[in-house]
Ligand binder design. Structure first.
Ligand SMILES: O=C([C@H](O)CO)[C@H](O)[C@H](O)COP(=O)(O)O
Length: 225
């Protein structure tokens, strides 16, 4: 069983709220993606927090410096999880973990572009990191990379951390990611690029929550394929 997270990666405020409205009932976590939060700022978080009390919200800050100072307003405004780059200084990572703990929330350390993922994961686990993010970014995906090898490495460390996996995950790969040890499965393009984003989200969540084919939706899809 893994939770699902929908990455909202549009720059448009109203389009983001409209997409979240369609998808929120079908996912566990709404993610405000990095380009989206940079473009729209904390007002978008406040709007989503008020509209979707039943979803957790991750703000993909990808903080690189001033961890405590940068993340605190977002936790105060209702973020459940904020991200900090694993490539940043250990003091920056500690700052985000500390401020998450201050508000009873979680910090996610994003391994994107980290050279020694094993060493950094062990280091941040000792610091008290809540979630480790195995992440193949959009530009790395465009170059043909996937998150599966890194997921195997991180899951194999058995550190008791929550493991989030992002990078081109879709319905066809959700069971593989879930079974390889992900506790949070992130999907962006597979949902917002689908003809019916709500149905795509529901299918991925059904698999992440334990189904092998996505339940009724998967069965109907199989029937007509
Ligand atoms: O985090 C992301 C990216 O770095 C831009 O902020 C994406 O939201 C994440 O990769 C999930 O999107 P997909 O790869 O399209 O599933």
């Amino acid at each position: 069983m893994a939770q699902t997270q929908m990455a909202l990666d549009s720059l448009d405020f109203d389009a983001t709220v409209a997409l979240a409205t369609k998808v929120a009932p079908h996912v566990d976590i709404l993610e405000i993606g990095t380009p989206c939060i940079k473009h729209n700022g904390i007002k978008l978080l406040q709007t989503l927090r008020a509209k979707f009390p039943n979803n957790k919200i991750l703000v993909d800050l990808k903080t690189m410096d001033a961890g405590f100072y940068e993340a605190e307003p977002f936790y105060k405004a209702g973020a459940d999880i904020c991200t900090v780059l694993g490539t940043s200084d250990i003091g920056t990572i500690k700052g985000v973990i500390d401020v998450a703990n201050k508000y009873g929330k979680k910090a996610q350390i994003d391994l994107i572009n980290v050279a020694d993922k094993k060493a950094r994961t062990q280091e941040v686990a000792k610091l008290g990191a809540h979630i480790i993010g195995v992440h193949t970014g959009l530009d790395q995906q465009a170059a043909g990379q996937t998150p599966f090898g890194d997921l195997a490495l991180v899951a194999g460390l058995n550190l008791g951390l929550e493991i989030s996996v992002a990078g081109g995950v879709k319905a066809a790969t959700t069971a593989q990611v879930r079974d390889a040890g992900a506790t949070i499965i992130v999907a962006g393009a597979a949902i917002y690029g689908a003809a019916d984003p709500a149905a795509a989200a529901a299918e991925i969540t059904a698999i992440a929550h334990g189904g092998s084919t996505g339940g009724l939706f998967g069965w109907i899809k199989k029937l007509f394929s």
